[in-house]
Design a protein around this ligand. Structure first.
Ligand SMILES: Nc1ncnc2c1ncn2[C@@H]1O[C@H](COP(=O)(O)OP(=O)(O)O)[C@@H](O)[C@H]1O
Ligand SMILES: N[C@@H](CCOP(=O)(O)O)C(=O)O
Length: 318
């Protein structure tokens, strides 16, 4: 993460008494991630992650934390949110919303093989099915509407070729979202940011998905596309690695078979997933925020992926 809100052990002693976690022993800022302020928190009861939310409101947060609880209760591997004495999962810290969740074992697998992709695909499908009866509703806040709102904010920074690509892709995605195929594909709560750095592995064993703070209701296929674009890509060229793609998709469809409409929509969805992260990275690059330890992500990576997904036919879903 970046540390947007500085916090020290002395600052949280009183605040922590509302949780059944005993006394705090150590607090350490985490230097990866770009949205929130995250800290590893050791207490007398164990190891946790404390997050101060920089952009999300008190009203929005129950969706994410209740979703994590809902999934955990159904056997999906995710961090468990810790409730305070009043049963609240979100409380104010330094005037901002904050939450504590259990710390997952393991580390991120940044050079995944087919076996890791298969584990992610199977857990992703399990997550989609498990979230079907989740009662809260929130749209994907980084969906089509956000893409349209954000494009004018970055367009004037781009050279002609990039500006043309961005305009053309937004136009394509607006039209695609209005078509019958798109409307027919299944949807529900999705993670929407299931990159390698948001999944923990202990060796080949997946120990959990985390960072649900971009989750929202969207098409399941968009979630699959976001995941494939990060887990199954050749990082230098943006080309999809056939073996990893097959492993992820086959493991996914063994749990939740794809529909024919999803096959039709697949290439457009891979493009949508690339566009979403090209845009957010452009936005972060041209509208930088104040933060300790903030490392902006490279927008050109997703520009390359978008061009590649437009140019190359998508792999078969099944
Ligand atoms: N529940 C968790 N268990 C273990 N590590 C975690 C957990 N949540 C966050 N982390 C660590 O914190 C880092 C940043 O978290 P992340 O949620 O990606 O931040 P951001 O929301 O700011 O992007 C992760 O890369 C991971 O190392
Ligand atoms: N995954 C996104 C940025 C979101 O950051 P995260 O650390 O919360 O996953 C990207 O790579 O652009």
């Amino acid at each position: 993460m970046a540390v947007f809100t500085a916090l020290h052990l002395d600052d949280i002693g009183q605040w922590l008494t509302q949780f059944p976690l005993g006394k705090p022993l150590a607090l350490k800022g985490i230097a990866s991630g770009i949205e929130n302020s995250n800290f590893f928190l050791s207490t007398e009861r164990g190891e946790y992650v404390l997050t101060i939310f920089e952009n999300l409101s008190f009203e929005q947060l129950p969706f994410y934390l209740q979703l994590m609880r809902h999934l955990a209760d159904r056997g999906v591997l995710v961090p468990a949110p810790i409730a305070n004495a009043d049963g609240e999962l979100v409380t104010a810290l330094q005037g901002k919303p904050a939450a504590i969740v259990s710390k997952l074992d393991g580390s991120s697998q940044m050079a995944p093989q087919a076996v890791h992709c298969a584990a992610v695909g199977a857990m992703l499908a399990k997550m989609h099915l498990a979230a079907q009866d989740f009662p809260l509703q929130q749209p994907n806040l980084r969906g089509l509407q956000w893409w349209n709102a954000t494009t004018p904010l970055v367009l004037h920074h781009l050279d002609d070729a990039r500006a043309h690509l961005l305009r053309a892709e937004i136009h394509f995605q607006d039209a695609f979202a209005a078509c019958d195929t798109y409307k027919a594909i299944p949807r529900g709560p999705v993670h929407a940011d299931l990159f390698r750095n948001n999944v923990m592995f202990d060796g080949e064993q997946l120990t959990g998905f985390f960072d649900f703070y971009f989750a929202g209701c969207d098409t399941w296929l968009f979630d699959v596309a976001v995941t494939v674009n990060d887990w199954c890509v050749d990082l230098a060229t943006g080309v999809l690695d056939k073996v990893r793609v097959r492993a992820l998709l086959d493991a996914y469809r063994a749990v939740r078979p794809f529909t024919h409409e999803e096959q039709t929509a697949w290439q457009a969805m891979l493009r949508a997933a690339a566009l979403r992260f090209w845009l957010s990275r452009l936005y972060d690059f041209y509208q930088p925020r104040e933060a300790e330890m903030l490392t902006p992500h490279d927008p050109t990576h997703f520009e390359r992926i978008l061009r590649e997904r437009i140019a190359t036919p998508a792999p078969e879903l099944f």
